[in-house]
Write a protein of this length. Structure first.
Length: 294
């Protein structure tokens, strides 16, 4: 039987990543910046956003959904800055998955990202579901994302994460040819090479160590639960050694006061461990390309 899927990976003997300073875990924090690029009739969409907010089970409406809009606006108005303070006070380097349209709507946030020397990777042109989007439209959106991102930040993005992908996304990203890594995978605890469409480095992401579980029906209900899960994940990877841990955050979710304190406590735990290399995703990609070239 042949299949385009790789269900084997590294098997029982994953490679030694040789993280800097003999760190046992490479910890990578992502702040997703999506606010303003979600589904909205203001963006020319058929209906309002219904995904990833405090209103679990919300429905899309063929008009403006004011409550949903304000929940997203909290992320850019308040939540982003609360998390920005947490990271900059601790001098923690992070990666932003920035939706180009969202960044365009808040130049002040983009300025703060660049001033903090955060990596700003591309989170696509719009924060929408591309599952049913025609290939030619998705290809056009990838090109638009790169062009707008470059104009807003001064450099083209080297990292990619669409999030709500289509069956064509990985191939279109590989064919574009300018991305050092693609993060649209949850398949491993270490980077790996995808050879289905040439050779593309994959730096996998996470949906479990992700604050989206705070607004999911089967997720966490308290910040302390999120904190415990993050610490348990880190400690297990620390025991194993030679692993990578991704943490996914959003200004409109983890940026809320009762959740931000959990993030701060987790960061302090990692810093105090002495066993972590906290790095931007681009730094991990470059390290892997050097230590484990394709």
């Amino acid at each position: 039987m042949t299949t385009p899927r790789d269900l084997t990976g590294y098997g029982p003997t994953p490679p030694n990543p040789r993280w800097p300073n003999n760190a046992r875990v490479a910890v990578q924090i992502v702040l997703n910046y999506e606010e303003g690029a979600e589904n909205s009739v203001l963006n020319g969409d058929k209906g309002s956003e219904a995904f990833l907010s405090e209103m679990v089970g919300a429905q899309s409406h063929p008009a403006r959904a004011m409550a949903m809009e304000s929940l997203y606006e909290y992320g850019s108005r308040a939540g982003f800055w609360r998390l920005h303070r947490l990271f900059t006070e601790r001098q923690i380097p992070i990666t932003v998955f920035g939706v180009a349209r969202a960044m365009e709507m808040n130049p002040l946030a983009v300025e703060a990202m660049l001033k903090a020397d955060w990596e700003v990777a591309s989170h696509g042109h719009r924060w929408i579901d591309y599952q049913q989007v025609p290939e030619e439209v998705e290809r056009e959106h990838i090109a638009k994302a790169i062009e707008l991102h470059t104009r807003l930040t001064g450099t083209r993005p080297l990292g990619w994460y669409q999030g709500r992908t289509s069956p064509n996304t990985a191939r279109l990203v590989a064919e574009e040819g300018g991305f050092l890594y693609d993060a649209d995978s949850y398949a491993d605890d270490l980077p790996y090479y995808d050879r289905r469409h040439g050779t593309q480095l994959i730096v996998p992401y996470t949906l479990d160590a992700n604050d989206m579980k705070m607004v999911a029906l089967n997720g966490f209900t308290e910040g302390v639960q999120f904190y415990r899960y993050l610490v348990d994940s880190f400690e297990q990877l620390r025991i194993e050694g030679g692993r990578m841990m991704s943490v996914g955050l959003h200004g409109r979710i983890a940026g809320r006061p009762g959740r931000a304190i959990a993030v701060a406590q987790f960061l302090d735990h990692v810093l105090e461990s002495g066993d972590a290399w906290i790095a931007r995703r681009i730094d991990i990609a470059r390290h892997w390309l050097e230590v484990h070239p394709a």
